[in-house]
Design a protein around this ligand. Structure first.
Ligand SMILES: [Mg+2]
Length: 164
């Protein structure tokens, strides 16, 4: 079975858009340092309460698991312990036993996981570039179907027919 790693923010739920909205509401200035501080202190209870699944992601994930084609894990960058706690709580409402891997934001996903021969579905090209450089296979998740050089999907269940 192929190892399939699925990003969380911007792939399973629209939490990135929600976090931008909260930054706007809090008048966070657009510089890197303030953003980093903002994300360390961000209230993930609020973020996930306001986030919605993207294109039936929970049902799609279930179909992917039921296809028995993949070893599935959720691979997510995190900025705080609270972020891990809240993400795990939310995912466990849907799946009792899916593997959840949290990666500190400062570390590449490809440094945390053996990328070689494994698939990463992610909405951020930087992650896909690092994954590819490490010998992995990247798939871009993009609602505008802009793959930026990668195979692209806008809903997760199409992976089942896409990969042999
Ligand atoms: Mg993402």
């Amino acid at each position: 079975m192929t190892n399939l790693y699925i990003d969380f923010d911007g792939v399973i739920v629209d939490s990135i858009a929600v976090s931008y909205k909260i930054a706007e509401e809090q008048n966070v200035v657009e510089n890197l340092k303030e953003y980093q501080e903002f994300y360390k202190k961000l209230d993930w209870v609020e973020v996930l309460e306001r986030s919605k699944p993207i294109n039936n992601s929970w049902d799609c994930l279930e179909k992917i698991i039921d296809s028995h084609k993949f070893n599935v894990a959720i691979l997510t960058h995190v900025n705080s312990i609270e972020e891990i706690e809240e993400k795990v709580k939310m995912i466990r409402k849907h799946f009792r036993d899916i593997t959840i891997i949290s990666v500190p934001k400062t570390i590449s996903k490809a440094d945390m996981i053996k990328a070689e021969g494994s698939i990463l579905v992610d909405d951020y090209v930087g992650n896909l570039d690092e994954w590819k450089a490490a010998g992995g296979y990247g798939i871009k998740f993009d609602l505008d179907m802009d793959g930026k050089g990668y195979p692209v999907i806008d809903r997760l269940d199409v992976l089942i027919d896409m990969i042999d």
